[in-house]
Ligand binder design. Structure first.
Ligand SMILES: *Cc1c(COP(=O)(O)O)cnc(C)c1O
Length: 408
């Protein structure tokens, strides 16, 4: 959307600016338009907006877009390009930025996994892309291996291609599970601590047996280095979400990896129609916006951002200090959502509210606030998805909610 200032600038650059332009809007009316460029759509619809003190949750619409992303989106919305050419060129830039062989923009980490799986199955044969997900009698392989502790739902993305998911727990089971039908070994990075086989060992076994390895790193920035760590380690394919820590479009993501596999994956991607990926289209605005957001993220001041988050978390923690029966813990999760996190838990005999009860209090107040966790007697807070300054509101409201429960 054009800002009013930009619009006026553009109009005044036209050769004949009279009282009436294009569709008959009097110029005076535009000049007099309110400064805010947006209708209050959510208020009109009665859709609740809130301060996000929880994190990058899909159900909470992920993240707020970076300005660079919005500019790229608006720019792209005014031009036609060929979708494949745009993906080619953006893919080259992303690959360079992220130090990998090749890249493509997908409609999320989940679809990156589907496209990656499809590419592994089809190679450069478009006929095979048309046959997915019915693999029988096609000559395509039919199995993907995953650790049982990693099989938490996202493997459905590879099942979309018709493969059967085989679960293993030990290294011995993994070696035994590999056979002539094994197409892929899938690793879910965030679940590394839950499994017996780590990312390096998983890859090593894949290499020894000539099986492509994919790592789903959807939520695993920061740290920024994770964007190249696993392709450089040797993973054939790596997937990221666009709308989590990268703060690009929520309905975009990245598939990174080996040149021939990315090219093969794109046989199943729009504009090609008779494919498993046709419904996973990414429009030109989001393809461009994904790159713009990524560039802004990679080139950003990560140390400064980290200090900001630490300061915000400390401020909220300090505000609830001294409440009898409350335990305050600040920690950084090791892999996914690797950011300063505040866990509050309490003795419900002293602070007489449940975690879910406190969430309801925060949700129903003004402004509405979402925190993570909940349950019996705890909540969890992060600040990275807030607008700076909102931490003060969150600090006051949480202290207020807990103090009332302690007094009541
Ligand atoms: C969020 C997430 C996904 C899905 O990512 P989208 O970008 O929403 O498609 C996949 N795997 C893991 C581990 C995730 O956290």
């Amino acid at each position: 959307m054009l800002s009013r200032r930009k619009l006026i600038k553009r109009l005044s650059a036209l050769p004949f600016v009279g009282g009436i332009i294009g569709g008959g809007v009097p110029l005076a009316a535009i000049a007099a338009a309110p400064a805010a460029p947006y209708r209050d759509y959510f208020a009109e619809l009665g859709v609740r907006t809130f301060i996000n003190a929880a994190g990058t949750y899909t159900a909470m619409t992920g993240s707020l877009l970076r300005d660079e992303m919005k500019d790229a989106y608006n720019y792209a919305s005014e031009h036609y390009v060929m979708l494949d050419e745009l993906q080619d060129k953006v893919g080259e830039r992303i690959a360079k930025l992220l130090k990998c062989e090749a890249a493509t923009v997908t409609s999320g980490a989940f679809s990156a996994m589907t496209f990656g799986m499809a590419g592994v199955l089809t190679g450069m044969d478009p006929k095979k892309a048309e046959q997915i997900p019915h693999l029988d009698g096609t000559g395509m392989k039919t199995e993907a291996i995953i650790q049982k502790s990693h099989n938490i739902g996202y493997a459905h993305a590879v099942r979309n291609c018709g493969v059967k998911v085989i679960e293993v727990e030990t290294k011995e089971q993994l070696k035994k599970a590999i056979n002539k039908n094994t197409a892929l070994m899938l690793f879910i990075n965030a679940y590394e601590p839950n499994g017996q086989i780590n990312a390096e060992e998983w890859l090593k076994t894949g290499k020894e047996n000539n099986i492509p390895c994919m790592n789903d790193c959807a939520a695993d920035v920061p740290p920024v280095e994770n964007l190249w760590k696993f392709t450089q380690m040797g993973y054939d394919l790596v997937c990221f979400s666009g709308g989590k820590g990268l703060r690009g479009p929520q309905s975009a993501g990245l598939l990174l990896g080996k040149k021939e596999l990315i090219a093969a994956a794109r046989l199943s991607a729009p504009p090609r129609g008779n494919t498993v990926g046709r419904g996973m289209k990414v429009n030109k605005e989001e393809v461009l916006g994904m790159w713009a957001a990524l560039e802004a993220f990679v080139n950003g001041d990560h140390e400064k951002e980290w200090k900001l988050w630490e300061g915000q978390i400390n401020l909220i923690a300090d505000s609830v200090k001294g409440i009898d029966g409350l335990t305050i813990k600040i920690h950084v999760p090791p892999i996914a959502n690797h950011i300063p996190t505040l866990d509050l838990s309490w003795d419900t005999k002293k602070v007489k509210i449940s975690g879910n009860g406190l969430k309801d209090v925060l949700r129903s107040g003004h402004p509405s606030i979402e925190v993570a966790g909940g349950g019996e007697n705890s909540v969890s807070i992060t600040t990275w998805m807030m607008r700076p300054g909102q931490e003060r509101i969150v600090a006051d409201r949480i202290r207020d909610g807990l103090e009332k429960a302690a007094a009541g």
